[in-house]
Design a protein around this ligand. Structure first.
Ligand code: B12
Ligand code: SF4
Length: 445
């Protein structure tokens, strides 16, 4: 059985407006590959972000039996396109889709060219599907999987609870030839690593806690160390949504990393209240290589933060930023620009960033993400549609207005672009290295 894993591409690859962009390893696909390593005869990965013109070639040469595609909401239409192209070229291959959008809004993938949609953590269902394909018994239903049948789409029921420690570590060799190209800003080459899944918080704009039904799972520290030892890259981005919330575990992990002599530079998310509560843990992490934290500041007024249910105060945010600086951490801070912003709000945001001396500000536009209550409540106000009456998902990169704004869209866009201009300097010192990191790519921000 030959499986082709595909990471889709778009015309731009960015974290938020203002930064230097990012193309990082396709961790989800590496996890899936690891789950069926004993079942599959051959597996290949096509990262279209790095090889945008390779699809036809790879389908023809590799001739896969299964085509497995991942992606976020902004990739929906590109995934549909890839599925259609795959079906034209290889009519008897099976097309399987999974990931965030598939989990939270599977409807968009119920098209004739897609055979299976996986909802939630993909490893167990994917391995079961591959086993069924090998046994030629694909009529059985699989928990967590929508199946395209002659009589319509059928769901295999909910998956059982995630046993995180039973998930095999990602098969990083799947993208061995691409690994040196993966980067986030100037951190290149960078690896991604997952030590927890889910988040115990309930921010309104965020779909992550909904993805895991509010549960928070942690991996055994020993397993994390074993995986980390295998990682060759000097930079590691912890993709955990909130790794430091359990400070005891992070203390043990830091101690184990130090004792193992692992030398890396880490970039990680951290909530500000978590940072303030656990400064000694953060200090330990700085000592073993934590260099940059991704702080979701989101709003800069008490009202905004309360509306987002972020559970922080402005005083805490300012104190947290100071504490992070004192720890010697570089701060990557993300701000949500609300479509209701006036010109004065844009100015206030700039002043906030200057006053708090934020190293690397990054901006996203408040976007109703599938899975959130905002999405349900604002659905009728969406302004970006496809001709098939579905939202124009290509605009769901958090850089486009998809609901009405207070300023005219043109004025809003101008103010939004000005933010980037105001803070471009922060990234300029890294520009040469970053451009060197990206000269083999075509990126537009
Ligand atoms: C790491 C990360 C990044 C990194 C690297 C991404 C990359 N590979 O290049 C960076 C920082 C570059 C990034 C950028 C962006 N990201 Co991001 N990112 C993440 C993060 C934190 C982790 C993703 C990850 O690797 N998780 C670990 C893997 C193992 O989990 P997984 O992807 O969920 O995969 C599992 C299942 O979903 C399923 N599955 C997934 N795919 C498939 C495919 C098949 C066939 C099957 C069967 C199953 C399956 O099985 C997997 C294994 O169990 C997530 C949050 C999160 N918790 O996931 C946000 C997240 C995915 N990002 C998001 C977004 C919006 C973006 C950006 C647009 C901007 C932004 N401001 O966040 C850009 C777009 C970049 C791009 N062009 O792809 C959103 C997506 C929301 C949505 N509904 O679209 C998320 C959910 C965060 C959020 N803001 O809510 N991101
Ligand atoms: S924004 Fe961060 S803290 Fe809030 S629910 Fe999402 S992952 Fe958790």
């Amino acid at each position: 059985m030959r499986i082709l894993f595909i990471y889709p591409n778009l015309s731009h690859e960015l974290i938020g407006y203002g930064d230097l962009g990012a193309i990082a390893e396709p961790l989800a696909l590496e996890y899936l590959a690891a789950s069926c390593v004993d079942l599959a005869t051959e597996m290949e990965l096509l990262d279209l972000r790095l090889h945008p013109n390779e699809l036809n070639n790879r389908l023809t040469i590799f001739n896969p039996d299964v085509i497995a595609i991942t992606g976020y909401s902004m990739h929906v239409m590109r995934i549909q396109e890839i599925a259609q192209l795959s079906r034209q070229r290889l009519p008897s291959s099976k097309v399987v889709v999974g990931g965030h959008h598939a989990t939270l809004l599977a409807e968009d993938f119920k098209i004739p060219e897609i055979d299976f949609i996986v909802v939630g953590e993909g490893t167990a269902p994917f391995a079961k599907l591959i086993k069924l394909f090998s046994d030629e018994s694909e009529n059985s239903s699989v928990p967590g999987v929508w199946k395209n049948t002659h009589s319509g789409w059928e769901f295999g029921g909910d998956q059982s609870e995630l046993q995180l420690d039973q998930v095999a570590p990602p098969l990083r060799s799947l993208c061995i030839d691409d690994r040196s190209h993966y980067f986030i800003d100037w951190m290149k080459p960078i690896a991604l690593m997952r030590t927890t899944v889910g988040c115990p918080y309930r921010c309104t704009f965020c779909s992550l806690w909904k993805m895991m039904d509010g549960y928070y799972y942690k991996r055994e520290v020993d397993a994390v160390i074993t995986e980390l030892k295998e990682i060759k890259e000097p930079y590691v981005f912890l993709v955990d949504d909130e790794p430091f919330v359990n400070s005891k575990r992070m203390d043990v992990l830091a101690d184990s990393i130090r004792e193992s002599g692992i030398q890396k530079e880490y970039f990680s998310y951290c909530r500000i209240d978590t940072l303030l509560r656990n400064k000694s843990t953060l200090k330990k992490w700085v000592d073993i290589g934590l260099r940059r934290v991704f702080l979701g500041i989101e709003g800069i007024t008490e009202d905004e933060i309360e509306n987002y249910n972020k559970g922080l105060s402005i005083a805490q945010i300012e104190e947290g930023l100071k504490a992070a600086r004192e720890l010697g951490l570089k701060i990557f801070a993300s701000f949500i620009v609300n479509p209701n912003y006036s010109k004065a709000d844009f100015t206030r945001l700039s002043r906030f960033i200057e006053r708090n001396r934020i190293d690397y500000p990054s901006f996203t536009i408040l976007t109703p993400l599938p899975g959130t209550d905002d999405f349900i409540q604002q659905y009728d106000q969406i302004t970006a549609w496809q001709s098939n009456h579905r939202p124009d998902w290509s605009k769901w990169d958090l850089q486009h207005l998809v609901v009405p704004s207070n300023l005219s869209p043109r004025e809003f866009e101008k103010e939004y672009k000005n933010l980037r201009r105001n803070f471009r300097g922060a990234y300029e010192i890294h520009q040469r290295k970053a451009i060197a990191a990206r000269d083999d790519l075509t990126l537009t921000i």
